[in-house]
Design a protein around this ligand. Structure first.
Ligand SMILES: Cc1ncc(COP(=O)(O)O)c(C=O)c1O
Length: 452
């Protein structure tokens, strides 16, 4: 070691840090020939270290955003997020020892916490352990994976299916891998972040169309489709912020006319839409083979964790053999796989759960409208927003409801435009009619007080 290095090694951690910062400050002074932003970047790095951010530079807007999560008495939303809840997340939530009527869970059919589903998960742990401890390609494959994929494919009327370890990563992996820079992705402007991430990863040209405006979609395809190798249209079965449903039959016509492919994200429609909960295909009477990629999550009605893509045998085989997020990732865990499989069994055996969910959601919507509340575009689904306009009004409503024993969280800017803030209510088949009536009453009364 040189003498200089020896001296540096002998310094305390704090002395080393001070020295490093001094060196960075010196380097930060732009010198002739340096890249124009190098000095500023180095200065930002030093500033970040000084601020205790572990050397990372965060976006400038983060400072304001982070304040929303910090405790304060200024009427902010800090105490509404990251609340510690106990027990199963269903129509009730236990928060700080209080039992609240809960509208923040997408346990649509009450299957998380269902005895049969919990027992299946425990039995899978007994038999296979808590992890399959390998990629499915190399010793991670278990019989329950194949059973689950077969059941999911049959549910939506596709030839085959593949499950990934997360719903979000399913979209990232599948879209990011199936599309490339020579391709076009046209998605609804309200599409979920996971689809946007997948589109970014693919390198394809991305063109959003205004929400549910299929004329605008068709216009984009008419003008731009010809310049690309393949085109993917991506929509949701039920939009997760608004609770509305796209016109799938018309979408299928459009995709045929323009030689495009279509992906439907059924995160909030599988187990919810259609007479027996088979999703938007059943709701609209669209055949499974009319949609190229049926995507869904296991984390909502199916009481587990993970996601799936169902489609043709060829596309599923391609993803299983080549998608990095499948090949280089562990197989879905035994309890998650078994829980989803058991949830599908209960869904099939007890379609009355789907009917009950529909009735509760209908009651919520009808009572809300009768009370003069703005439910936006929600229809026929289990996602119902109460539109408040300003973010501040949404935060105040959420807090007032919390005070009265109801849990529903505000969604404001930047998740939605500033004038479209709302409280989002997820309805579950386990809510009682009385829960719904009391909730609408409380919302109406709280809003009257807030607006006084
Ligand atoms: C439309 C949509 N797609 C994908 C996801 C991601 O699913 P998961 O939470 O299972 O990762 C969500 C999650 O809320 C969603 O709403």
């Amino acid at each position: 070691m040189s003498e200089g290095a020896d001296r540096i090694a002998a310094l305390s951690a704090a002395q080393k840090r001070a020295l490093l910062e001094e060196m960075l400050r010196e380097k930060a002074a732009p010198s002739a020939g340096a890249a124009p932003n190098a000095g500023a970047a180095l200065a930002a790095g030093a500033e970040a270290r000084a601020a205790g951010r572990g050397g990372f530079v965060f976006p400038a807007e983060y400072a304001g955003f982070a304040r929303a999560f910090e405790d304060s008495d200024d009427g902010g939303a800090a105490d509404l997020f990251f609340q510690l809840c106990e027990g199963v997340n269903a129509s009730r939530a236990m928060v700080s020892g209080r039992e609240l009527v809960n509208f923040c869970s997408y346990n649509y059919l009450g299957l998380s916490g269902h005895d049969e589903v919990s027992r299946a998960a425990s039995a899978a742990i007994e038999r296979y352990g808590t992890s399959v401890s390998a990629s499915r390609l190399v010793s991670g494959e278990r019989p329950i994976h194949r059973q689950l994929e077969g059941r999911l494919a049959a549910l939506v009327g596709a030839e085959d299916a593949v499950v990934f370890v997360g719903g979000f990563s399913t979209n990232e992996n599948a879209i990011g891998h199936l599309l490339g820079p020579e391709d076009l992705i046209v998605y609804d402007s309200l599409i979920h972040a996971s689809i946007q991430q997948g589109a970014k990863l693919s390198g394809a040209t991305v063109l959003p169309f205004p929400h549910n405006n299929l004329a605008a979609l068709e216009n984009i395809l008419a003008r731009r489709r010809g310049a690309y190798r393949q085109a993917l249209i991506a929509v949701e079965g039920v939009y997760s912020m608004d609770g509305d449903i796209p016109d799938l039959p018309r979408l299928v016509e459009i995709k045929r006319r323009h030689n495009a492919l279509v992906l439907v994200d059924e995160a909030h429609s599988i187990g919810v839409l259609g007479g027996t909960g088979r999703g938007i295909g059943e709701y609209h009477g669209v055949a499974g083979s009319d949609v190229d990629l049926w995507m869904g999550t296991l984390s909502k009605a199916l009481a587990s964790c993970g996601g799936y893509i169902a489609g043709t045998r060829e596309v599923v085989a391609y993803l299983k053999r080549t998608a990095p997020g499948f090949v280089y990732s562990v197989g879905l865990s035994p309890p998650d796989t078994a829980a989803a499989l058991a949830a599908l069994g209960v869904l099939e055996a007890e379609p009355q759960r789907v009917a009950c969910l529909k009735a509760r959601a209908r009651l919520f919507l009808d009572l809300a409208k009768a009370r003069g509340l703005d439910t936006g575009a929600s229809r026929d689904s289990a996602v119902i927003p109460i539109m408040t306009g300003a973010t501040d009004r949404a935060v105040r409503l959420s807090k007032a409801l919390l005070g009265q024993g109801f849990l529903a969280l505000p969604i404001g800017y930047p998740a939605v435009p500033e004038n479209k803030a709302r409280l989002r209510f997820f309805i579950s088949s386990t809510h009682s009619e009385d829960d719904i009536r009391r909730t609408i009453n409380a919302i109406g009364n709280c809003l009257e007080q807030i607006d006084q």
